[in-house]
Design a protein around this ligand. Structure first.
Ligand SMILES: [Zn+2]
Length: 227
């Protein structure tokens, strides 16, 4: 897997020092600064400590099965600036090389927020996943056939909610299929939106959100899902 992060620190230099400090107990394979300069921090065949407590497709210990890229951005506490185009271009070049050499499937190029929803929101909704996909890295889908899908929202319960939860789980998110649109479900729907529908992140499974989830499942060969 390939996991994308933002540093959430004041500068790329500060992030580099933190990621090299044993006391931090965090590390990553690559750091990309805001100018697009790439620094390799850990060899790809070594385990880095970037994902923490995390899960995907029922697998925990994501650190043992992934490469982590920290993309410098100070994050929401510093106004969450846009990722400069030169930086995203450098991320795309680096990621394309990594996925090719390790045969990483598109659906396994993920955000930290995908594998640790509720705990992490990086690299956030400004990260250009669509541009990355057009450069050959990761999945991006456009929703189709959205008109007649009922909106599912916190507080709802029943078979449609179970189907939504099952679809989220089939894509890879860690979620319990309970039939009740509880807080963990809202958080996972928000994580899906943060990656694949960044225009509106509200944790409500509207028709477009459900259509995107279905299209993602089709794109990675896991069938149709939601309705
Ligand atoms: Zn992260």
């Amino acid at each position: 897997m390939l996991i994308m992060h933002y540093t959430g620190m004041a500068s790329a230099g500060a992030a580099c020092r933190w990621l090299c400090d044993p006391a931090s107990q965090v590390s990553c394979h690559y750091l990309v600064d805001d100018q697009g300069a790439v620094t390799q921090m850990v060899n790809e065949d070594r385990r880095a400590w970037h994902a923490g407590v995390s899960s995907w497709e029922g697998m925990s210990d994501i650190n043992s099965r992934s490469i982590g890229i920290e993309v410098h951005n100070p994050g929401p506490e510093a106004g969450y600036p846009d990722f400069p185009p030169a930086q995203m271009a450098a991320v795309a070049d680096l990621a394309r090389d990594i996925v090719a050499r390790h045969a990483i499937r598109p659906e396994h190029v993920l955000a930290h927020s995908d594998v640790a929803p509720g705990r992490k929101i990086d690299p956030g909704e400004k990260f250009d996943w669509k541009g990355l996909a057009s450069a050959g890295v990761g999945l991006w889908v456009e929703p189709t056939g959205v008109a007649d899908m009922a909106v599912l929202k916190p507080g709802d319960a029943g078979g449609a909610v179970s189907a939504l939860q099952a679809a989220l789980a089939r894509f890879g998110y860690r979620i319990v299929v309970s039939g009740s649109y509880d807080e963990p479900t809202r958080i996972v729907v928000s994580a899906l939106q943060r990656h694949f529908r960044p225009d509106r992140i509200d944790g409500i499974a509207d028709a477009a959100t459900q259509a995107i989830l279905s299209a993602l499942l089709v794109a990675c060969g896991r069938g149709e899902a939601v309705s």
